[in-house]
Write a protein that binds this ligand. Sequence first.
Ligand code: AMP
Length: 179
Amino acid sequence: MIIFMGVAGAGKSVQGKLLAEALGYQWLSTGEYLRSNITPERKQEMEAGKLLADAEIFSILEEFFQGMKDQGKTILDGFPRTLSQAKWLHDRYEKGEIIISSVIYLDASQEVVKDRLKSRGRPDDSDEALSRRFEEFEELTLPILDWFKSKGVEVFEIDAEREVEAIHKDILNKVSSER
Ligand code: AMP
């Protein structure tokens, strides 16, 4: 399992899908799942730029795990986003249920991603929602990277301010070097 992390607009989904296609992996995204299974409560929280409760996300992950064809050939996009989500996943790794091959961290500044997001036009890309998502990312999600490193998980930090193709090649090289 390869995990994609990065702030809103860093290119997680674009790059996750490209890598999945290149490697013949399955791509699973919690955000995409939520948008396809929207409820009034979810819509409200998401449009405010809030992270959904861990318990709700865990039940989505359980569903992903049940439907997974080959967990070793899976790209996980948008999870984990909190330390407790990271621990939940790592617990499964320790129990031998999954393999975490690497974490791809797409690193891009707020200025760059704000520009990109303007053209995307999703309802949760309003200025207010974005500020909240950036804040939550720095406070809750970024610390996971060091935590993963402390557990011996390989974390690849990728400069995600470049063109799509250059970033894709870089990611492909990194993951190929360890396979
Ligand atoms: P994304 O498509 O990854 O940008 O996710 C869109 C929105 O879905 C996020 O802003 C959150 O509201 C929600 N979401 C997706 N993944 C998670 C997660 N792992 N934990 C909490 N909320 C999530």
